[in-house]
Design a protein around this ligand. Sequence first.
Ligand code: PGA
Length: 252
Amino acid sequence: MVRRKLIAGNWKMNCLSADGVALAKSVAAQVKAGKFDCEFLICPPFTLLGLVKKCLRGSKVGLGAQDVHFAEKGAHTGDISPLMIKDLGCSYTIIGHSERRVDHAESNQLINQKAVAAHAAGLNTVICIGETEKERDAGKTIKVCQTEINGSVPADSTAKNTVIAYEPIWAIGTGKTPTAADVQEVHAAIRQALAKKLGKATASKMRILYGGSVKPGNAAELLSLPDVDGALIGGASLKADDFIAIAKNASK
Ligand code: PGA
């Protein structure tokens, strides 16, 4: 089964206009100049989506948001609807990132609702799951991932509209990563959980990204694993050269 790798940058709450424009332009130019056999996505903060879209015009780099509300519109102060995101030129949104699960107490049920709304609006979703360090130490990693898959991935998910990102929380922004064998084991278990929920055919086509301290130095090993179909990159996506260096390993 050939799954085209997705190299996605999650800028998180970083960049003002000038930095965001420079970063997006540099990524777009390097993608255009190079030879890559992967799909690219960058997810700037909401405030920069319109500006970054302009920088990506004519490039193969897709645009995504970092979150979305489940309602179409209405009295939800401070929130952004799927159609608003679509209107700005996004094709994707991240949902259920651990920073949102923790900072905003987002539940699997809420994430599921958000994914349904995003899909209904024609957006693709990157649904994030992953265990804490305590859960890993207690041997609960696979159980936690199964529970999060069951709760947050909606029944309408297809290999086209949904990408899963496995991000061990203890590996995010810490410089620590699981061993390659551990990553492969968890990704295979995630694919099994997806098969149980969505059927074997869908699960075998659905992309599962790894996220958590992906850098140019560890990308080759991580991206060569059979069930790793790309990366969700935080810190290293803020440097165009690092982001591109990581992507070079997805093209092999
Ligand atoms: P990191 O973040 O690459 O900075 O560890 C990854 C993420 O949270 O998506």
